[in-house]
Design a binder for this molecule. Structure first.
Ligand code: SF4
Length: 281
């Protein structure tokens, strides 16, 4: 039986990721030499391989010593700490900053309010590079709260709160409600990126209407994992895949599954979404 495929609005590359990928490709074409990205540009192995074919390679911070002055390093959309930015410049490397402007604006606010005497709270995952980068704009002094259980009476009375751009709205509200109990002066910037919010809402609505939901994105992509968590609550036939070849035959051959919803994380290129649609159809 032919299946009906519905792709959620705003699936795939967001503005910041598209900008970073376009920038790095343009930079390589202009310079005609190998370009390094500080960490994988995005969490998607196919895209990383696509970039390697174009002489664009990821490099980790601990490997920077392998580079020579005048090599070109691109900062990915997650951004980096002030310390790393200065280190790269001191090494004489040419730095191309592809930090998403939304993330850049969080870094600037954190720096500004930290310098004005506020203690910074970041709602997010302390292991995520974007959060680590933001924390580096307040001398790594921020309290990183994954949820409201990380907030207690010991927090500062004067705080500036921001969120990881991919944070869930509900979690942001819960943490803020706890902060209100203990702090006297609170400056809060809801810095959840609307691209994430819109994508999550579209995926949530779609997952209520379909027989199966396919979430496409890298295994290590936090925004893809969050999409999966949202969809599985409404549709127990939700799967998380990286590419079309991973769609289980139980979904393809199950005649009870007619309407299939698709959503994709911010690092998933259009060509992978197309391949999944074609395979299902
Ligand atoms: S999710 Fe939003 S903040 Fe993050 S890179 Fe994309 S556009 Fe920028």
């Amino acid at each position: 039986m032919m299946k009906n495929v519905i792709v959620g609005d705003k699936s795939g590359f967001c503005f910041g990721v598209k900008r970073a990928v376009d920038l790095v490709i343009k930079c390589q074409q202009e310079k005609g030499k190998r370009i390094y990205t500080l960490g994988p540009l995005i969490h998607n192995n196919d895209v990383i391989n696509y970039l390697k074919e174009r002489d664009i390679y990821p490099i980790e911070i601990h490997e920077l010593d392998r580079l020579n002055a005048e090599d070109v390093v691109v900062i990915r959309s997650h951004g980096v700490s002030l310390e790393i930015l200065e280190k790269l410049k001191k090494m004489g490397l040419e730095v191309i900053d592809a930090t998403c402007p939304y993330v850049g604006s969080i870094q600037k606010r954190v720096e500004e309010y930290f310098n004005r005497g506020y203690n910074i709270i970041i709602v997010g995952d302390k292991n995520h590079p974007e959060v680590q980068g933001i924390n580096g704009w307040c001398e790594n002094s921020a309290l990183v709260a994954k949820d409201e259980t990380d907030i207690s009476s010991s927090i500062s009375k004067k705080v500036c709160v921001v969120s990881q751009t991919t944070e869930k709205e509900k979690n942001w509200q819960n943490v803020l409600n706890s902060i209100i109990k203990y702090s006297k002066e609170i400056v809060a910037f809801n810095t959840i990126c609307s691209a994430t919010e819109v994508r999550q809402k579209c995926a949530e609505e779609l997952s209520k209407k379909v027989d199966a939901m396919i979430v496409i994105g890298g295994r290590h992509s936090s925004n893809t994992t969050k999409l999966y968590e949202i969809c599985i609550k409404n549709c127990h036939n939700t799967i998380h895949i990286e590419k079309a070849e991973e769609i289980p035959t139980e979904i393809l051959e199950n005649e009870d599954i007619v309407n299939v919803g698709i959503t994709a994380g911010a690092s998933t290129p259009d060509w992978i979404i197309e391949a999944v649609i074609n395979k299902i159809k």
